[in-house]
Write a protein that binds this ligand. Structure first.
Ligand code: NDP
Ligand code: 8X3
Length: 252
């Protein structure tokens, strides 16, 4: 029987690439996000090229009611989730704290921290009951270091870093692995979202370097979840070769 992977934020970027790669590597998948048409398209595309079973759940991770209702609506043959990939997240805005937009702050805190917590709370009891499971949190280089104007986004990713460590301790007696993959610059819809739809500003972030692509992080996730049962990758920081840390990037 195939393992079941639950991927939050599969309508774009890292989540979408991870869904495709896992489906091609013998996982059944649950794909989630707010944009239902994209989930429907992705399911069709994956079912055309693999024999994976694909289940769609459309909800907003910021709403605990939506999260818990979505999980309890899963059909019986999708209820035993082996792998939770907490990927849904965003940056909204980039600016000094004194000029910060409080709505942007709340969006990031509610999505990146509270959404991850709701999903983890909803899905760990069945993992504990089966004494098996793996949680992979998508953190960031911004969860390891702070960069100018990154303030609240960096804080949310530092929270993901801390939660990953805390969750690993809590899950230890239950035989459940907890890992983090922490990427540097990945060219996805991330910067378009950060700059509220300003495509030009978003493109400038990656201009002059070869960034990571979503597929590179999907590959890292697949590596993390396909280790033997006695091996747990705790943390994996992945940057483009042109990036040494959160602030040192070589552009041509
Ligand atoms: P994208 O914008 O391409 O994808 C973000 C995904 O998150 C979408 O599927 C989106 O789905 C989902 N999402 C956002 N908000 C919500 C919400 N409220 N409810 C449900 N789903 C939501 O960005 P990335 O693929 O780059 O980002 C994925 C993760 O990787 C994020 O956690 C991000 O912080 C992290 N990351 C990204 C880096 C980068 O440089 N790109 C580097 C380091 C980490 P929808 O809008 O349909 O709901
Ligand atoms: C996304 C990477 O450096 O743009 O988490 O914040 S960065």
């Amino acid at each position: 029987m195939k393992k079941i992977a639950f991927i939050s934020g599969a309508t774009a970027g890292i989540g979408e690439a991870t869904a495709k790669l896992l489906a091609q590597n013998d996982f059944d998948i649950i794909i989630t996000g707010r944009r239902e048409p994209r989930l429907v398209e992705l399911k069709k595309e994956i079912e055309k090229i693999t024999d994976a079973r694909v289940q769609i759940l459309c909800f907003d991770v910021r709403s605990k009611e939506e999260v818990f209702n979505a999980i309890s609506s899963l059909p019986n043959d999708f209820k035993n989730i082996d792998i939770l990939i907490n990927n849904a997240g965003l940056a909204s805005g980039l600016g000094a704290i004194q000029n910060g937009d409080i709505d942007d702050w709340e969006k990031m805190i509610d999505t990146n921290i509270k959404g991850l917590l709701y999903l983890t709370r909803a899905l760990t009891p069945q993992m504990i009951a089966r004494k098996s499971g793996h949680i992979v949190n998508i953190g960031s280089i911004a969860g390891k270091e702070v960069y100018p104007n990154g303030n609240v986004y960096c804080a949310t990713k530092h929270a993901v870093d801390a939660l990953t460590k805390g969750m690993r301790i809590d899950m230890l007696p239950h035989g459940i692995k907890v890992s983090q993959v922490a990427p540097g610059l990945v060219e996805t819809e991330f910067s378009v979202v950060r700059f509220h739809g300003d495509k030009q500003k978003a493109d400038d972030v990656y201009k002059g370097l070869t960034p990571l692509y979503a597929e590179d992080i999907a590959d890292a996730v697949l590596y993390v979840i396909s280790r033997p049962s006695h091996v747990c990758v705790n943390d994996m920081i992945v940057t483009p070769t042109a990036q040494a840390n959160a602030t040192n990037v070589i552009k041509i």
